[in-house]
Design a protein around this ligand. Structure first.
Ligand code: AMP
Length: 600
């Protein structure tokens, strides 16, 4: 399709007229970042003027930034929880938002061990859909002809629950895949997936993954890009293939779907797609039946894949070497930065190296402020000493900030918990490198375990050691992602008073489970329902190991007075030291308890 030259974009020549409009939208938003932000805030404050929250802080219907900043405090989830709980319990008055709360999005961030509940409103899906609609036009600038084939994307829904008042609570992507925006999306040649919607919308993770993998194999030559939300998800799919390729090849040979896939809508859909193909079955067996050698399996099975569409920024960076191994190093594209409470922005150079990924926050998505972050001298503030926040258009290149958002759904000056560094600007919109999420010690998939949660786990497990007069002298932890799925490793140094009564292997296994039982529901869901996290491991180390660790740190310049045992390690020489002192290894004997229902 010829593109009207009036619609050409500074980002590059658009692939089609629809793309041209999307790129033009990005230009408009980023050129006018500050005025768009002003407008967004005024819109949010006008529509929510009568909410209890804004009235509590006596905003009096004002919409200007300075007044807003002087009246409304910067808050965290715990500050909003009483309001959120009332909504969950059925109070339909305009508490945070004048628009009715349509559902709760359950974040992978937790509070009190349970997923945080983020109220959302119906129209938010349209805003989020708009951000999604910008991704392919940007990708098409770097990768041509993506309309000539399909995307193999592993997309899943997860368990949902209801709040006491009957509002649905579910992860944001489950909400999105079940939304009319997704289900009734118009045909777009750039957005053709191998996975049928019936498979994406199947709540049984085995049946869903099996069907998605099967369709990916059946259409292997048409696959031009492959993805999952996070890198860990794509690796889980590869692991699934390792465990199931024989059966998948068998289905393809005979044209008969594995009877373990029982979902009637999937079976019905697959009856139209699956036909006997012995040549393809032979090919799959030849490529997969190579023992441990799964080097470049992605490009061997899907030779036309131009890139992997997965988030490898933040905690997911740990998976880059494994992805490179399976793909032979094809580009990894990080396209988007988002959260349950608000979608933020996109990467305007999606084919850049993972270490260079920067996200441009789109000023139309919400009102964004930035709390200067200095890791060495963290700011202390309270209601009496409010912090000075910087507006989106005023952040400075090279500086780090914590992201604070005000959303259409009614969160005002809310701390997301992400630390970002400004790397540059596109027009007047800043671009950010994702540095890290605050207070996350361990993460394998979407789980986020902080130091306090791990400490609680260690305390609970230590109870089991009491009758053996044994205590945990020191500990540290490590997210081991060398195997798929990855798992938490806890290094323990024990003090055993009576060697004749030391805890047995079984007791130490139970300690692993006791730690898991203490961890938050996102972790336990990963263990139980998603199989995205393997059994927790305790490695008992020789007495004196942690002193050696301290000696090592001091030899590298740490101050002896200020030395604290790191509660999480990943530096290879330290790992080597710890692993060389291991005397025994123990694993959780069974998955911890988890149900979709919340404990509180
Ligand atoms: P959730 O609330 O479960 O949707 O998780 C949202 C969080 O995931 C964000 O606040 C970030 O910490 C993290 N996240 C989302 N997108 C990215 C990204 N592109 N790179 C790194 N971390 C991300």
């Amino acid at each position: 399709m010829a593109v009207d030259s009036a619609l050409s974009s500074p980002l590059g020549p658009p692939a089609c007229e629809k793309d041209a409009k999307a790129l033009q939208f990005i230009e408009e938003m980023t050129r006018n970042a500050d005025s768009v932000q002003e407008k967004v805030l005024a819109e949010i404050l006008t529509r929510n003027a009568n909410t209890e929250y804004l009235q509590d802080f006596k905003l009096g219907g004002a919409t200007d930034r300075d007044y807003f900043k002087s009246k409304i405090p910067v808050v965290g989830y715990e500050d909003l929880q009483p309001y959120i709980q009332r909504i969950a319990n059925g109070d339909r008055s305009p508490i945070l938002s004048s628009h009715p709360i349509s559902e709760f999005l359950t974040s992978s961030g937790t509070s009190g061990g349970e997923r945080k509940l983020m109220p959302t409103i119906q129209e938010e899906w349209m805003r989020r859909q708009k951000l999604y609609s910008l991704l392919m036009p940007v990708m098409n600038l770097s990768v041509p002809d993506l309309d000539k084939g399909k995307g193999l994307y592993f997309l899943f829904i997860k368990a949902e629950t209801k709040t006491p008042s009957g509002l649905v609570a579910r992860p944001v992507l489950t909400g999105y895949y079940k939304s009319d925006q997704f289900k009734n999306r118009p045909y777009d040649p750039y957005l053709v997936y191998t996975s049928p919607d019936e498979a994406i919308l199947c709540a049984d993770s085995f049946q869903s993954m099996y069907t998605q993998m099967l369709c990916g194999l059946l259409m292997r030559e048409q696959v031009l890009r492959m993805g999952a939300v996070f890198a860990s998800g794509l690796l889980r799919a590869i692991r699934f293939l390792q465990l199931n390729w024989k059966q998948l090849a068998e289905d393809i040979r005979k044209g008969i779907l594995n009877p373990k896939v029982t979902d009637p809508s999937i079976r019905n859909r697959m009856s139209q797609i699956l036909k006997p193909n012995p040549d393809l079955a032979d090919f799959i067996i030849k490529e997969c039946d190579q023992g441990e050698n799964w080097d470049r399996i992605i490009t061997r099975l899907w030779p036309n894949t131009k890139y992997l569409d997965v988030i490898v920024t933040g905690a997911m960076a740990q998976y880059i070497p494994t992805l490179d191994y399976y793909s032979g190093g094809i580009p990894l594209a990080c396209t988007m930065y988002a959260s349950s409470e608000c979608y933020f922005g996109l990467n305007l150079k999606p084919m850049c190296k993972p270490s260079e990924v920067s996200y441009t926050i789109m000023p139309n998505m919400g009102y964004f402020e930035f709390l200067p972050h200095d890791p060495v001298n963290p700011l202390q503030f309270s209601r009496d000493y409010p912090p000075k926040l910087v507006d989106l258009a005023d952040v400075e290149v090279g500086k780090e900030y914590e992201l604070i958002i005000t959303t259409y759904a009614g969160f005002c000056r809310y701390r997301v918990g992400d630390i970002l560094r400004v790397t540059g600007f596109h027009n007047s919109a800043p671009q950010f490198k994702f540095i890290r999420r605050k207070n996350v010690l361990l993460s394998i998939d979407s789980d986020k375990t902080d130091e306090a949660e791990l400490q609680k786990g260690i305390d609970n497990a230590s109870e089991l050691l009491r009758e053996f007069e044994t205590s945990v002298v020191e500990y540290t932890s490590y997210a081991d992602t060398k195997t798929i799925p990855g798992h938490y490793v806890i290094y323990w140094e024990l003090l055993v008073k009576d060697p004749d009564n030391s805890p047995s292997h079984e007791v130490l296994n139970k300690c692993c489970l006791a730690i898991e039982e203490s961890l938050n529901s996102v972790y336990r869901q990963g263990r139980v329902a998603d199989n995205s996290i393997g059994p927790l491991e305790i490695r008992v180390v020789k007495n004196g190991t942690f002193e050696e660790l301290m000696d090592y740190a001091i030899s590298r310049g740490a101050s002896i007075n200020q030395y604290k045992v790191p509660r999480c390690v990943s530096f290879p020489p330290i790992m080597e030291l710890l692993d060389s002192r291991v005397v025994s290894k123990h694993f959780s004997p069974s998955p911890p308890h988890w149900t979709p229902e919340r404990r509180c």
